[in-house]
Design a binder for this molecule. Structure first.
Ligand code: NI
Length: 130
């Protein structure tokens, strides 16, 4: 599976984006609101490496995680050919899907993502674009 991006949870998305820009990243589009995650999201790119900044609102299901871990990298997203096939394979390897497939408008208009969890290495995201 090819890595698509690394997801960072941040408190202040503008400050975080500025710091990534000082590290050589460039904004890929504007900061947008992801209704599903109830968070502000933006994507930055540096020579093909991509980071996704996620700033959850207080009402977001991710807010508790952010309070606990503060600013942190929290998932690696892998691009896959088939969400269904990849989920089935990973479940055989002990991964658990904890949220059904959802749209990811920040990544692409037709993008769908799934989050999976392992007790041993935490969370990953799978991304399929039709
Ligand atoms: Ni992500």
């Amino acid at each position: 599976m090819k890595i698509h991006h690394i997801g960072y949870m941040v408190k202040q998305i503008e400050y975080a984006a500025e710091l990534f820009e000082s590290l050589g990243f460039r904004m890929d589009g504007a900061v947008t609101c992801d209704a599903g995650r109830d968070a502000e999201i933006c994507v930055l790119d540096s020579e093909g490496y991509c980071v996704e900044l996620v700033a959850p609102r207080e009402t977001s299901p991710l807010y508790g995680m952010m309070k606990k871990y503060k600013n942190t990298a929290y998932h690696i997203c892998y691009r896959v050919l088939s969400l269904k096939g990849s989920v089935e394979k990973l479940e055989k390897d002990g991964w658990h899907m904890f949220k059904e497939a959802e749209d990811a408008p920040t990544i692409g208009r037709d993008a769908k993502v799934v989050f999976m969890m392992s007790a041993n290495i935490g969370m990953i995201e799978l991304f399929e674009m039709d």
